[in-house]
Design a protein around this ligand. Sequence first.
Ligand code: PLP
Length: 441
Amino acid sequence: MGEQQVILSKADIPKRWYNVAADIKHPLDPPLHPATNQPVTLGDMERFFPANLLEQEMSTQKWFDIPEEILDILSLWRPTPLVRAERLERALDTPAQIWYKYEGVSPSGSHKTNTAVAQAWYNKQAGIRRLATETGAGQWGSALSFACHVLGLECQVYMVKCSYHQKPYRRSMMQLYGAQVVPSPSDLTETGRKILREDPDCPGSLGIAISEAIEDTVTHEATKYALGSVLNHVCLHQTVVGLEAREQFRRAGLKPDVLIGCAGGGSNFAGFVFPFVSEKLAGDAKYRVIAVEPAACPTLTCGEFRYDYGDVAGMTPLMKMHTLGHDFIPPGIHAGGLRYHGMSPLVSALLHDGVIEARATLQRDTFDAAVMFARSEGLIPAPESAHAVRVAIDEALAAKEEGKPRVIGFCLSGHGLLDLSAYDAYFSGKIQNVEPVAAGV
Ligand SMILES: *Cc1c(COP(=O)(O)O)cnc(C)c1O
């Protein structure tokens, strides 16, 4: 007895990343230069990213070998378990099976470490000595801080000022791993100093922090910029998650009916589902694949599919993606990692082609699901991951309604042990359902 788990051995860590760009029906529209509206050149992008990562970014090659040293670092916590949530199934009294792929076992507590390690490694390979980045809630900053430390790079993190004060333990983690962390806006950049002169109490935003990290990159020697989601190479690095899960389902003798992931910039969703999408695109399987987002920031369900900037200031290249508009400021919902106006171009293209579906969930309903999951399975989901939990439960309830079994797989992208203040807010009734808003409103 006891809960079913499929545990792989270290030898089963995938040796290659899978690139869905090789299999999608229509090639991606190229990113455009923000000033000229012409396709960006490698030279334009090399100010920010090393050539080896840009090669992955623009490639339609199907597989990339994972370098030995990256595999070695990933093996600190990979392969991650695929667990059957039998107590949750019993609590729901459903004929469905619910399985979750758990990424919370990584050093920083989420899937983000998978790409952090890869990005730090490729930058080091290219002779870079220092990475600059921004972080909102702190998950990406802590993942990159860890990766930089193990690979001997310096790490400069611009952390949105209100989070810097609200999430002191994420800041402690980054400092423990040896990163320099400053509240943004900061006095380290021209952008930050200008904003502080006008508004010394500015709480900061992700858009400002991105602008600071980009300015830092171009004004420091041997420094590049690192992004924790959205981009093609980030989705690529995350496919270790889905490649493992696909093998784990195979060993359990199961084919999932539905696969679910939460989507902020789209990378954990991409990493979990793309290896399954590959079989679907080849006509070998009929999975339903669902991306889940907060109704308060409904990029896929209400956004438009068009070119837009990645940042508020309009400094990044324009990408063809689902977007709420680059000046969209989502309400302060607690799933900080899902408050992005845009979406991975690859995820956006698959939605546009009808290969995947999208659903939006309300905040209170999302926390209801997270609490039910925690009380039956023990693990406390990150508020972001709770969106996937909500839809997994809804799918299990739909199976009960129909009186038919189904196999549900979802990605539990991270733990919520540093997000307990969000659970406090939920229990004190401060988290309300925020209805979807239309694009451009
Ligand atoms: C950052 C984060 C997300 C959202 O980012 P994606 O790029 O969409 O994956 C989801 N879950 C957790 C735990 C996160 O930290």
